[in-house]
Design a protein around this ligand. Sequence first.
Ligand code: 5AD
Ligand code: SF4
Length: 447
Amino acid sequence: MENVYIETYGCQMNFADSDVIAAILKTAGYGLCSAAEEADFILINTCAIRENAEQRVRHRVRELRALQSRRLHLRIGVLGCMAERLQNRLMAEEDNVSFVCGPDAYRRLPEIMKQIAGSRQQVAEVELSETETYADIEPVRLSGNGVSAFISIMRGCQNYCAYCVVPYTRGRERSRDPETIVREARNLFNQGYREVTLLGQNVNSYGLTPNPSPEWRGEHIAFPELMDRVASIDPQLRVRFATSHPKDLNDSLLEVMASHENICRCIHLPVQSGSNRMPKLMNRKYTVEWYLDRVDAIRRYLPDCSITTDVIAGFSTETEEDHQATLDLFRRVRYDYAYMFMYSLREGTYAWKHLADDIPEEVKKRRLNEIIALQGEIALENNRKEVGREYEVLVEGVSHRSKEQLFGRNSQNKVIVFDHRDAEVGTYRRVKVTSCTQATLLGELVQ
Ligand code: 5AD
Ligand code: SF4
């Protein structure tokens, strides 16, 4: 049996895709191994969202040359967003790569791998689809802990934010048949999983773009209804979701969340910038006022809900005032967590065609560092308020710092570390918070 090693970079959606890829290859008779040194094929599932994500992958591909010189039959394939973006160019520039395969072509992997095995051929399979959702494939959970799993509910994106390459690498938005989603979640629960995260680039538009797939069997329902059905599987199954586009976050979802205790109190709501000029230039289709109205709505329906965000420092024409407005917004919303990035110009995007990348690198870096420093203070202050509170924690595993300690997360998605005793992974335990750092709560089991 030939062995495949899959290495994944990038977002949660990529990790979910790697599980689908593993399932396709396993069905085709390949073995899955957990070390590159044992592999006959190395598949690298890649991210193209920022230049540095691509540089990491290129570096890794070049590093693999050494292994290839010892294992002459070893073939390397690049999958995912970078494969889609660069196509043949990638194989011309990295000539130790035998094939590239885009996000909608994974069913063809066994065929491609048969074709290139034992030859010096290079193959590119990068056709995008308007219907593919891999709905019928039961993923092989490669990196799971047996407690928490991702379920991909839709693919692609057609929001065309000016800076973003995703609509070009992942294609048109399409939703997956709800019946297959509920079935996957129920199967996971029956296998002992206690948490599922429903994934899409913009889950709030789930079901709104009809999927013309001939395989579509069920009805078309919107996201709040889907959440209701998944949350109704069992009160012991926690349900999370990501990502919400602020333009589409509506009250009916918040109502459904409020009516199910097992829908987690955590919403990821990428703001990108706190200055009204920027979301307009970014084609985000909301104003800062609209965004703050959504934040108020979340707090009204779900007073104990945590809110997290994405932000970009140094987008085209961003002034010091725009940057200050972002800092002000952070002070106002008081996010529990933020993913913070420097703007990276991506070929093919609207910004690449029409907007200058005119903020110097040092200025981008300084602004980013100011946001990071402020968010660090806010996160620590937020966490300090948690000391003394008690939470229901889903136990996920042994703490990385000490074997004597376990960790889990509360509904708000905060990591809590606590002493072992008899708590078992995959169970819910009450934990009282006793102290904290910026990133973690420390606590003790409550009898
Ligand atoms: N440069 C920097 N950050 C980006 N993101 C998307 N595209 C870019 C880019 N070109 C960020 C956004 C998005 C997150 C997934 O990545 O904040 O929400
Ligand atoms: Fe990119 Fe915008 Fe789509 Fe998110 S919603 S994937 S930022 S285009």
